[in-house]
Design a binder for this molecule. Structure first.
Ligand SMILES: Nc1ncnc2c1ncn2[C@@H]1O[C@H](COP(=O)(O)OP(=O)(O)OP(=O)(O)O)[C@@H](O)[C@H]1O
Ligand SMILES: N[C@@H](CCO)C(=O)O
Length: 358
């Protein structure tokens, strides 16, 4: 007989996008995890909680406006609800408790929103019993919400990935252009119109896994201030000089090969991690960024392979094989010259999202 209380844990890694030249293409899943501890108590016949869902939370942003405990507002549960409503399920099952443990700092360039979107899509699948949804199909749902595929691709599939979007048929293009408020029904204030949200077209995005040399670790230097991704995208130009585009194309062709080769070649990796498409423009939001990237080289720092902005920033990602403390201390000291306080973490490539049943 099926148990009346169902328990499972969804575990999703944080991620670093771009790794220098791979703007909106490359993602790396890293070993810091968002966890959802989910309990569905089917003995309950009614719930006092909106949408039959109670949220509790511990970790980054706890108690702040950034993390709502209302399932109609919280990013994670709204994403799960989007998946459910595309499958004609209007609420969570009676009665769902989602306990969120989140060590991923918010708005720092470590893919907190990507992890929340991926975990939310997986939550929708699991509570809805939607076993036919493959990881590839879940990726489509993620891409309706987070429009660049690099963070969500890494958080869903794990490892070091290249992601790409397919050209869409005109009717599908119209479907992915719908306002996000329609995709993620706004905090209801109650009225459920019963309207199905627009379903994602099939096969919007794809990914390919690249090898990763086992010697390479990631040092994440995390400033204490936030840079919302939307703001960090607003500072980018609409058009680029051709030499800058060529510069990035030359480096992106090297990057996956250089980072997969063992033993790593520091000079090649350092070269392959240079960027002209996003980091120079984001300097205005992240004081000291250009000097840090320019000053930290394998020649001046043993063990270092390369340095880049992590995602939209402000975190700096240093790839290295040794001397992790020394590398972190040097970058923290540079930030300190601009009165910016940081902490740091040593991370490793991680597997993708998992679901474990009790
Ligand atoms: N676990 C979570 N639960 C609910 N909302 C979350 C969670 N994690 C992140 N968010 C939302 O995502 C926002 C941060 O997203 P944003 O895209 O600006 O930064 P990021 O994803 O941390 O960085 P990047 O995209 O550069 O890697 C938070 O302010 C919060 O609203
Ligand atoms: N590729 C995205 C990642 C955001 O995390 C950007 O750099 O804006």
């Amino acid at each position: 007989m099926a148990s009346t209380v169902e328990k499972f844990v969804i575990k999703t890694p944080c991620s670093s996008a771009n790794i220098g030249p791979g703007f909106d293409v490359i993602g790396l899943a890293l070993s810091m995890y968002l966890e959802l501890h989910v309990t569905i108590d089917r003995t309950k016949t009614s719930s006092t909680h909106p949408l039959n869902c109670r949220i509790t939370y511990e970790g980054e942003g706890e108690g702040t406006d950034e993390i709502s405990l209302d399932p109609q507002v919280n990013l994670l549960t709204r994403v799960a609800l989007y998946v459910l409503r595309c499958h004609d399920q209007r609420t969570f099952p009676l009665e769902t408790h989602v306990h969120i443990k989140n060590p991923i700092p918010l708005g720092r360039g470590l893919g907190s929103s990507g992890a929340a979107v991926v975990a939310g899509v997986m939550l929708g699948k699991e509570v809805g019993g939607l076993h036919h949804l493959t990881l590839e199909r879940l990726f489509d749902f993620c891409l309706m919400i987070e429009r660049h595929p690099d963070n969500v691709g890494a958080a869903l599939f794990g490892g070091f990935v290249g992601t790409y979007l397919m050209p869409l048929a005109p009717e599908d293009a119209a479907r992915v252009e719908v306002p996000l408020s329609e995709v993620l029904p706004a905090p209801a204030g109650g009225v459920d119109t019963g309207v199905r949200p627009p379903e994602p077209p099939h096969g919007i995005g794809h990914h390919i896994k690249f090898p990763w040399a086992p010697e390479i670790k990631a040092v994440a230097i995390i400033p204490e201030f936030e840079v919302p991704t939307a703001k960090a995208r607003e500072v980018l130009p609409a058009q680029y000089p051709r030499p800058d585009v060529t510069f990035n194309l030359q480096r992106i062709a090297l990057l996956p090969v250089a980072l997969g080769h063992s033993p790593p070649n520091p000079q090649l990796i350092y070269l392959a991690m240079q960027d002209k498409l996003h980091q120079p423009y984001r300097q205005t939001l992240i004081p000291g960024l250009t000097e840090i990237v320019a000053s930290m080289t394998p020649a001046s720092q043993p063990g270092l392979l390369g340095v880049c902005l992590s995602g939209a920033g402000p975190t700096i990602l240093a790839l290295a094989t040794s001397n992790f403390d020394e590398i972190a201390d040097r970058i923290i000291a540079r930030f300190k010259q601009n009165n910016i306080v940081c902490n740091w973490k040593l991370l490793e490539p991680a597997e993708g999202t998992t679901v474990t049943r009790a």
